[in-house]
Design a protein around this ligand. Structure first.
Ligand code: AVJ
Length: 358
């Protein structure tokens, strides 16, 4: 079944299940981005290059490693506190909202919120139709009462959500779990938060998961686990580059390193050249000095205060925060605009409602 939407947008029902709208995200010019990234000092490639089919599987395995607690703790926090979150999210909204997840991936976190919030619709945005279709189908089967809508798009590069009867005139709540904001450097992170506000519209709310700084040893272990999965995740990038851009990286000539950089409050993950060497890639020759890093990704950690300061620069005000027992991560609830603009609707005496344990 096809809805009469303008080309090149296509919409279809997946076997009576969730609906999929394909906005046909542009294929990135990987060669140009690689040449740009390798020309930087230090050399650095976009973090999303890590996620080819193999990389996505390795990332799922990282999430199961004992040292990498973020996914487990955030999932648990959502399971335990989704009732409170739904109450706070719905406060001052007199209409059933639409829940929009950005970069939705496997859709394994939103379940408790669908149960407690009972949104008018759930919209999953993801760049990969291959991931989105099975994930939406499985989610719709688990939650038959909430209409699920998958939108295949690059959420950072669309200026509005596709028009759809389910979304019309409804307040929107964004959901961005997983601390994915950490992969962006500050100006890009600020820009993304501002962009979410545009996509969510006036009075939009955002529930966002943010990983916090902790002891260097624990952070470095989380990004360099004993089983070697994090390292394999980074090395997979070299295999992708060799395959897709005619490269001749020799993995044995690099070592993996995850280093906490306290001044920038981030973990820097890198493949460090073991020797002086030349590498062919994308039709050019690149020289690596012994000890020279190729940054595969950064993972920026924010204290609640630092995150709220950044969010404020993008126009967001705090409504609530939930934190895990260890204080390693928070789910922040934000509303776009100043609190007084909503004071008739929001009756919080103190805009930052601390609901979590310390
Ligand atoms: C998906 C960006 C949240 O930074 O913790 C985990 C990515 N990379 N281990 C993170 C990642 C290596 C992850 N994020």
């Amino acid at each position: 079944m096809t809805l009469p939407l303008a080309d090149p947008t296509t919409s279809s029902l997946i076997e009576d299940g969730p609906e999929l709208i394909d906005l046909h995200p542009a294929v990135a010019d990987m060669e140009r981005l690689v040449i740009e990234g390798l020309s930087r000092h230090p050399r650095q490639l976009p973090a999303w290059f890590l996620y080819d089919a193999e990389g996505s599987q390795l990332f799922d395995r990282i999430c199961e490693q004992p040292e990498y607690s973020l996914t487990r703790n955030e999932t648990k926090l959502l399971q335990e506190r989704a009732g409170e979150m739904a109450l706070a999210l719905g406060q001052g909204i007199n209409q059933q909202p639409v829940l929009v997840e950005f970069g939705a991936g496997n859709l394994r976190k939103v379940g408790p919120l669908l149960e407690t919030l009972q949104p008018a619709a759930y919209v999953a945005l993801d760049i990969s139709a291959d991931h989105l279709v099975p994930a939406c189908r499985a989610l719709q089967a688990r939650h038959p009462d909430v209409p699920v809508l998958g939108v295949c798009c690059d959420y950072a590069n669309i200026d509005h959500l596709p028009p759809h009867p389910l979304l019309e005139g409804r307040p929107r709540i964004g959901f961005y779990p997983g601390s994915s904001l950490g992969n962006f450097e500050l100006p890009q992170a600020r820009g993304l938060l501002a962009h979410f506000a545009e996509l969510l519209g006036p009075g939009g709310r955002l529930l966002i998961g943010i990983d916090q700084p902790r002891e260097a040893a624990r952070l470095e272990a989380a990004y360099d686990d004993a089983a070697g999965v994090s390292s394999a995740f980074a090395f997979n990038l070299l295999r992708r580059l060799n395959r897709e851009l005619a490269g001749n990286f020799d993995p044995a000539a690099f070592r993996y390193q995850a280093q906490w950089e306290p001044t920038s409050s981030r973990v820097a993950m890198a493949l460090v050249s073991r020797q002086n060497q030349m590498v062919d890639l994308a039709g050019r020759s690149w020289s690596f000095a012994a000890g020279e890093p190729l940054i595969t990704e950064y993972s920026v950690k924010y204290t609640p205060e630092a995150f709220l300061a950044l969010a404020a620069e993008a126009g967001w005000s705090p409504l609530g925060r939930w934190s895990d027992g260890a204080g390693d991560l928070s789910l922040h609830l934000l509303v776009h605009g100043k609190m007084h603009a909503h004071s008739q609707e929001c009756n919080h005496a103190n805009p930052t409602v601390q609901r979590g344990q310390p």
